[in-house]
Design a protein. Sequence first.
Length: 279
Amino acid sequence: MSLDDITAEVAREDLRADCARCFALCCVVPAFARSADFAIDKPAAQPCPNLQATFGCGIHTELRPRGFPGCAVYDCFGAGQQVSQVTFAGHDWRESPERAAQMFRVFPVVRQLHELLWYLTAALALPAGRPLRDDLRRAIDATQTLTRRPAAELETLDGASHRDHVNDLLVRVSELVRSQIPGRRPDRRGADLIGARLRNASLAGANLRGTRLIGADLRRADLSLADLTGADLRAADLRGARLADALFLTQSQLDAARGDAATRLPARLTRPAHWSAGK
């Protein structure tokens, strides 16, 4: 394992949610509306009624059957424990209204930075992206520096230019990696493929960044080296699909989809438990 591989693996550990070290920020900060993803309406910055005094979820083991699959797939990329234990040094939002308001403003900013870090570290581990590794390391260092800023600076941080720079870099990495697939590669970036019939489709090396694939039939589709950054895979049927080498596939995307034991996954991701139940 190379030094970059080790660096990426260590970083990914820090970018995994550790709910035991967080003050349930994901149960308070986001707003959600009654829908297929949530059983109730909840305003932003208001605790979910299922939140317990110990910062645990009262229905955590029953989120899907109780109508909260949106909660089951949410991923803060480790921003929750970063804000709770580092930015606010272990002081929770219940201690004062002023702290609560500031913490709730800071959390989305840090979550976005942590998401960028997740993609950057995933890119760093790609052998074909070697020509851009120095740029990736610099981007990781710059992003980590931003996450360590005091709360007063984070809540007013305008990260648009940094986001754009990172996104451009990730696109360049994606193009380098996907160029390994010979011939013409499908480009469906941002396309509306909701409910599309893509069973057995050859999508190797495809650009599917931001593509809406809600409910799409992707059974036994070949998604080798396909870029799935931000693709919406809610209720997509991935049974038997080839995803082992898919680019920038996240755990939350898998958790939102359907699959089975024949779905080939990247080693760093976990086969969702609800797949075995056929849900």
